[in-house]
Each structure stands twice: as C-alpha cells, then as structure tokens.
Design a protein around this ligand. Structure first.
Ligand SMILES: Nc1ncnc2c1ncn2[C@@H]1O[C@H](COP(=O)(O)OP(=O)(O)OP(=O)(O)O)[C@@H](O)[C@H]1O
Length: 708
C-alpha cells in the first residue's frame, strides 16, 4: 500500500469540511478588446492637464480670484451678521474651551451667552412695546410739534402784525418735507439699482482683505509670506502644515495663547505658543521642512521644540534668512591669549550668534556625525584651547590613520594613531590607567582638598598629581566595537566618566557611528556634552542626543552633509534643551600650504616650557611669614582673628581655610607665635619682623655653608 501525502489547503492538511469558499471556475473569458481603457485614461489625463494648465492663465486666475473674493466676502459678512445676532460665537468658544479642557473658560462663555440672551430678550420686548405704542407716540409727537409750530406762528404774526404768519412755520416744515421727498425721489431709483453692486463691492473688499481665494488664484505677490515670523506669519504657516487636527482647530476659530510673543533673539526670532488639543509638538516637528518653507527659511533655520517644563507649548526659534550659512568668526584664541581649564575654551558660536564655551572641568564629550562634517576640527579647537592652559596634560588616541592631530604632537603626552589591534589595545590601556588615576585622584582630593568636593585651580597648582588631563579617543567605535577589548573598554569608560568630572579629567570621544551597537549607551549617557553633526538617520541622532530627541524636533538629520559643515546640534553646552552651534575652524590644509594650527601649538609650547607668558604654571609657594608681616602693616599688635581674616583676603587660595593653629605652626619656629595680651590672643609686629630677620640670617648662613 502506498501512502500519499495529504493534500494541503493554504498550508493546512485539507480539512474534512472545508470552510474555504473557492471561486467557481470561470469559463475562459472571451478575449476583450482592451483598446477602450487607455483611451479613457488619456481623456482623464487630458482633462486634468486642461484643469491644471488653465490655472496658469492670468485671465482665468483673475476671474476665479475676484469671484472667490466676492463669494468668500459675502460668506464672511453673513457669518459675522449671524454671529452678531445669535449666540453662535459663544457656542464656538465654548466648544474650543471644552476641547482644550478649560472648564473655567467654558463657564465664562456660558455666563456670557446667558447674559447675551437675556439682553437680547429685553431688547425684543422693548421693541415690541415700542411698536405697539408707536401710533400713540407718533400722534403725540405730531400734535406737540404742530402745537409748537403754531405757537411760533402766533408769535411771528404778533411781531409782524400779519395774521397770515400764523401758518408760516407749518408751511416751511411742509415745504422742507416736500423737498426731502423730491430729492429722495430723484436718488431712490439709481440707489435701488446701485445697491446690489455696492453690496457686491463690499463683499469683494472683505473677501480680498481676508484673501478668500484659492492659493493658486492669488496674485504672485499676494502670498505675503512674511520674512519676520511674527504671530500672524506663524499662524499662517501653522495653518498650512496639513495637520488635520490643527486645521480643524483653526476652522473652529482657535486662537493660541502666546506664552511668549515673538521677540528678537540674537540673529533670529523666538516665540512660544500653546498648541490646541490633539496637536503635539512632535506633529509640528515632523513637518519641520514645510514649516520652514512656509516661514521662508531653510529647515536648519527653524527649530520647533517642546520646552522640558512646558508640555503642550511650541517653542519656535526662527533664524534670520541665511544667518546660519555665513562665515563663522575666527577662533578667539587664534592669534593670542591663554586659556583656563577651569573656565573652558571658546569653540563655537550659537544659532543666536552668541559665543559658545566648551567647558573642560567636570565635562566629557561625545562628538558624532558622518564623515567630513567637522568632528575632528571641533575636537582640535577644544584641544588647542586646553593646551593653551599650561597645566593641562593632553593625550590623543586616534584609532585611524590620519594626520589631524600630528601638529599637536609636541605638546601631547601621548599620541597613538592607527586602527590595528595594537593601537586599540593602547587605547584600552589608557582607559585602564585612567581608571586607576581617577581612584588615586579621588583619594588625593579627599586628603588635600579639605572642604573642596572637586578639583580647584589652587589644588591643581599645588600638587602636580592633580594636574588636569584632557584625553581624546578619536573614532572610538573601533575600541568599543572591538571583539576582544570592546566590552572591557565600555565598562572602563563608564567607570572613568563617572569619577572623572570631579578630579579634573576630561574625556573626549568622537565617532562616525554613534549607534548603540558601536557605542555603549551608558557611555553616551554619562557624557555631559553631546554633539551631533549631520547624521544619517534618527537612530544616530538619538544615539547622540538622547532617546526621543529626533521626534521632539531636536535633530541633526536636517543638516545637509557637505553644506552644513561645522554646524552641529548639541546638548549640554548651555542650559537650553539644545543648541545649534557653528564651530570655529582652525584651518589646516597642508596641500594648500595653510596651517593655523602649528602657530597655536608653538604658543602653547612657549607657555609650557616657561619661555612665554606663563600665568598659571609658575605657581610660587606662599611665604606665610612675609604675608603675616605684610598684613600687620604698621600696627604694633593685631588680634589673631583679624590677622587670619587679612591673610584670607590677601591670598584666598592659600589662607582661606587657615586656623590659629596654622598661624602658630608658621610663627612658632621663630618664637613669633601669638600670645595673650589683655586677655586676648594677638600677634606682635616686632616679633614677626624679628623672625623675618632671623630667617634671613639663617638663609645667609646656609648659602655660606653651601659655598664652602
Ligand atoms: N567649522 C568649520 N568650518 C568650515 N569648514 C570646516 C569646519 N570644520 C571642518 N571643516 C572642513 O571640513 C573638513 C573635514 O573636517 P573634519 O576632518 O573635522 O571632519 P570629520 O567629521 O572629523 O571627518 P572624518 O570623520 O572624516 O575625520 C575640513 O578639512 C575642513 O575643510
């Protein structure tokens, strides 16, 4: 017996009772002549072309435009009239308030609607009463008027001694009425004929004022998209984003609450407004390109974001046209000046044109973006600034074969180049050393720093083991992505980053691949300053700037590679949720013979060797005895507390934390320590001066002994 495989229906063994309904087998269809369909399509295409092409005809556009103005104006007037006589407006406002969940506002509009209805009812009742009383009122009025005229006539007749004058006032009034009737008779007919035209003209004017015509029919200059993004321009631009919920709100009469009206901010404009229900900032950010177009800007010049503490608010910053593509001012330290590790280094200008300082103390960097967008240049600006502070130790681990860091070599403690296992291992070793270093420095800080919770300038100058360090890991994905060293490197980096900020170690990572696969998330999370040059997609963007940033409009995906070179979206440089920066460029192109980097390195070397204007490195230990003498001045005796106070003022770095014991420790060897006078501890000027002389004598003796 042969077994046959069960028949299958849709991949299942054929069921006993099939629930599948098969279409009856069609008799072979007769061959149909297919010539009709293309012809119909051709006709539709032709029709469509005619409809579209006719729009380009000036006469047709003018006809539609003016027709639409009139029709639209009439509709607007009718709506206004309707709203003025009914509670339609109140109800609309109530719907908006209700939709935005503002119960207080709903109640207010309800009360207004009630007051309006009440007033309208009273007016109607009064009108009715007036109509009913009209005959009586008219009769009374006419009677009173006739009486007055008659009285005037009598007085006139009396004055003129002519009885005929009694009727003169009444005759004059009758003649006046006849004239009015005559004039009205003359103008009535033309007025009657002109009335529809006047109404049409009025409607046309209103329609034109409101631009109530299809956009394609408007004259070329009528689409007055304003260069200044004021409230009107912003509302117009928002209304043309094709966001249904926003359009519905606008149709309902939504008027935004301007949290902050449009104000000038640097080289752009800043506005904040509350969005209606159903419309999120993400939706607006998703249409950033269209918004930028509507505001007559490039996408990079428009930044719609949601402030962290103001949910539902659209924070819009619009740069001046072209302001982000002009030349960047030269690096402030290019020709002169030194830097201070504890204050930071100028690296860029912000979107508003303000200087951006790259902090070094308590900061770490992750710089990413596709190739050739300026990552290395930004890091070189940071590093050049850092080495212009003579106390800084700098190391570079560049996991690629490139010459970017070569000119800095003389001033670097270590420069490793290359992406072979050997160099990657060097970078790993550097991280291992740094792990030990941060621990060591932590202990030193505890023992030397006293109250200080992090490295201070004084401490760094006092102890060479606490000299600030800047360590660059270029193309760091080679390290973190390394199959042998990657895992350990990631863990070490996180450990170092967590402790480095307090002990004066700055880590700078750069990568072309800022995704979670190449850079451990925890490494990026623990970097305070993140820089995204043009990136390939939102994954890379969020890998650098943080999850959800792309959706929230903080995105470097709109930066154009090759065009926006040197421009980056950053986090951590200022207190703002993000900052678009344009980095200073210290040019170097050996092929063209341009090299601005080397002179800066030479300057840094001058400072470092002590041949230049060293400000910080040459730290002289304070001479406490001389300082005490200086603060005593001419006074015979000074209270100990006063001496300590004056010393702290004189040299806060050295004496701020001094106590009477410290003072005693310095003065005692010379017998000049404080003593009690009239019940209070004092320091004597004469004793201190004698101590200085005694010390001088000792020094001379020592020199004499050395000479022998
Ligand atoms: N701020 C800037 N302004 C003007 N041009 C710049 C700026 N930064 C960089 N460039 C130009 O872009 C080129 C590439 O810069 P850089 O090497 O810094 O890019 P990168 O992102 O580090 O590229 P790679 O990943 O290939 O090293 C530079 O040689 C320079 O010509």
């Amino acid at each position: 017996m042969t077994e046959t495989a069960p028949e299958k229906v849709n991949g299942h063994v054929k069921p006993q009772v099939s629930l599948l309904k098969f279409a009856p087998a069609q008799p072979s269809a007769p061959v149909v002549e297919k010539t009709e369909e293309p012809r119909r399509r051709v006709r539709i295409d032709h029709l469509r072309r005619v409809v579209v092409e006719v729009r380009t005809h000036d006469g047709y556009r003018a006809l539609i435009r003016h027709g639409a103005y009139t029709w639209g104006g009439a509709r607007i007037l009718a709506r206004r009239a309707w709203e003025s006589r009914t509670t339609a407006r109140h109800e609309r406002m109530m719907r908006i308030a209700e939709a935005s969940g503002n119960e207080e506002l709903v109640r207010q509009w309800e009360q207004r609607a009630y007051a309006y209805r009440f007033a309208r009812h009273r007016r109607r009742v009064e009108l009715l009463q007036m109509v009913m009383n009209a005959p009586k009122t008219i009769a009374t009025g006419v009677g009173a008027g006739a009486g007055v005229l008659l009285l005037l006539g009598v007085m006139l007749a009396w004055a003129n001694h002519d009885v005929a004058d009694v009727l003169t006032p009444i005759t004059a009034v009758v003649e006046f009425v006849a004239w009015v009737a005559f004039i009205a008779g003359v103008i009535w007919e033309p007025l009657l004929y002109a009335l529809p035209f006047l109404a049409l003209a009025g409607a046309w004017k209103v329609g034109r004022g409101q631009q109530a015509a299809p956009t394609w029919a408007l004259p070329a200059d009528a689409e007055e998209r304003d260069v200044v993004p004021d409230e009107n321009a912003i509302l117009r631009a928002l209304g043309k984003l094709s966001i249904p919920q926003l359009n519905a709100a606008i149709k309902e009469g939504w008027q935004p609450r301007w949290v902050s009206p449009t104000t000038r901010s640097g080289n752009g404009y800043h506005t904040q407004l509350q969005l209606p229900m159903g419309v999120t900032v993400e939706m607006i950010a998703g249409k950033k390109n269209v918004l930028a177009h509507n505001l007559m800007r490039k996408p990079i010049e428009v930044w719609p974001v949601e402030p962290p503490k103001q949910p539902g608010v659209l924070d819009l910053w619009v740069a001046d046209q072209g302001s982000l593509s002009g030349p960047i001012p030269p690096w402030p330290l290019l020709l002169e000046g030194t830097a201070d590790y504890f204050k930071g280094v100028p690296v860029a200008v912000s979107q508003r044109g303000e200087p951006i300082v790259g902090k070094l103390m308590a900061s770490n960097y992750m710089v990413g973006g596709i190739m050739g967008q300026g990552k290395s240049s930004l890091v070189i600006a940071l590093l050049l600034g850092a080495i212009l502070a003579p106390i800084v130790i700098a190391e570079v681990y560049c996991m690629a074969y490139n010459v970017d860091f070569d000119p800095l070599k003389p001033r670097l403690r270590r420069l490793v180049k290359g992406d072979d296992d050997e160099q990657v291992k060097d970078a790993l070793d550097a991280l291992r050393r740094l792990r030990d270093e941060v621990t060591e420095r932590g202990k030193l800080l505890e023992s030397l720093g006293g109250e200080a919770t992090k490295l201070t300038r004084e401490l760094a100058l006092k102890d060479p083991r606490m000299q600030p360090m800047v360590v660059v890991f270029d193309e760091v994905h080679e390290l973190f992505g390394h199959k042998e060293y990657g895992k350990e490197a990631g863990e070490l980096a996180v450990k170092v980053l967590k402790k480095a900020r307090k002990v004066g170690i700055t880590l700078i990572f750069t990568t072309v691949s800022p995704t979670a696969d190449s850079i451990p998330r925890d490494v990026t999370r623990n970097t305070s300053n993140r820089v995204a040059f043009a990136v390939g997609d939102h994954v890379a963007n969020d890998g650098l700037l943080g999850t959800g940033k792309h959706k929230a409009g903080i995105t470097a995906t709109t930066l154009i590679p090759g065009v926006d070179v040197g421009t980056a979206v950053t986090f951590g440089f200022t207190s703002k949720p993000f900052e678009v920066i344009r980095s200073h460029y210290i040019a170097r192109d050996p092929e063209k013979g341009i090299d601005e980097v080397t002179p800066v390195v030479e300057r840094a070397m001058g400072l470092y060797d002590g041949t230049g204007p060293v400000e910080e490195a040459e730290h002289q230990a304070a001479d406490a005895l001389a300082d005490v003498a200086a603060v005593l001045g001419d006074e015979q005796r000074v209270l100990v507390q006063e001496v300590l106070h004056r010393l702290a003022e004189h040299n806060p770095g050295e004496y701020r934390d001094w106590s009477p014991t410290d003072l005693k420790r310095v003065l005692e060897p010379y017998g000049a320590e404080q003593y009690k006078s009239a019940g209070r501890m004092v320091v004597s000027r004469d004793r201190v001066q004698e101590a200085i002389l005694a010390r001088l004598g000792d020094d001379l003796d020592d020199e004499g002994a050395d000479d022998i």
